[in-house]
Design a protein around this ligand. Sequence first.
Ligand code: FES
Length: 381
Amino acid sequence: MSVRRLAEDQFQPAAFAFNKENAVWAEKTIKKYPEGRQQSAIIPLMMRAQEQEGWVTRAAIETIADMLDMAHIRALEVATFYTQFQLNPVGTKAHIQVCGTTPCMLRGAEGLVKVCKSKINGHAFERNADGTLSWEEVECQGACVNAPMVVIGKDTYEDLTPERLEEIIDAFSAGEGSKVPTGPQIDRVFSAPEGGLTSLTTEAPKAKSASGKASAKVDAAPVPPSEAARPKSTDAETNAALKTPATAPAAAAQNAKAAVAQPLSGTAAAEPVKAPVSKAESAQKPALTDKNRPAGIEKPATPDDLKLISGVGPKIEAILHELGIFTFAQVGSWKKAEREWVDGYLNFKGRIERDDWIKQAKALAKGGEAEYIKVFGKKPR
Ligand code: FES
């Protein structure tokens, strides 16, 4: 636990006041608390003061204490207890909070700290020469799955490398921090696997029926966790459960029960009753002969590196090659129907649109990485 003291007098402003908008907000916030409990508003008010000033000044602490009719020392206790309150001036353009907890540390947080030391200041909480940047090491920020990461303001920047953090710091330093995309900095959607789905991408393996024969195709929908916790069921039950998607209507469950209730005749097992075909079951991968399939070409001598498109990993690139897609220009020219065909073929559920492959591919086709950086404010991938 670090010693938390107020900033030296030389940094402390003489007075503090909420600006007009924040004053209205503060008044409303205080009124949210029951009569006699207004002091409970101290944390939100102090946080708003920090957002307004960049850090929590002595004047702000005392003004807020007066607003809430509490002793200055009580407000001071709150400000010095919670580490989210910055008690010293921080960078005016960015204060970078590097997560240094185990998962981030194992995935390279030390490299990020080195970047902060070399680009900002050798010491945490001290600003760079022009006072625009500062940094500190913090505990887990809850994005461990995409470690290592930093927080700047209210945003997280994940899956970082030292090089990428340098670029981000440069962008903030140039006043262009708002152009940096937040969240994962690689081809990952939220916390999904890097490079696309690695499971539940195909149909489940054929399940055996009670007669020991492989049953017809089963739905790829996962069995809900509650199923796993149940005692072992019969093959017929299993078949019926697998055929019943998580959202299937009650009728399907009834059919499953009926199948279990069927007596066995001789050695031949009763055929399980089929659950109604769900939308997911009937939704087919689009046919390769479909008219909306984008036209393929022969593999050129130097195909484009499609992996530069965010959302395309090695596996997806290999599938695109199988389809005869080798260049950014091809991807950039896809019309809506073609995008939908590819999206369905890859079982992407709209990801091509979400990741805006077309805009990315057009930029890459027009001017490679330089054009991509111009359009997106960051390097591809
Ligand atoms: S350990 Fe870094 S976000 Fe959790």
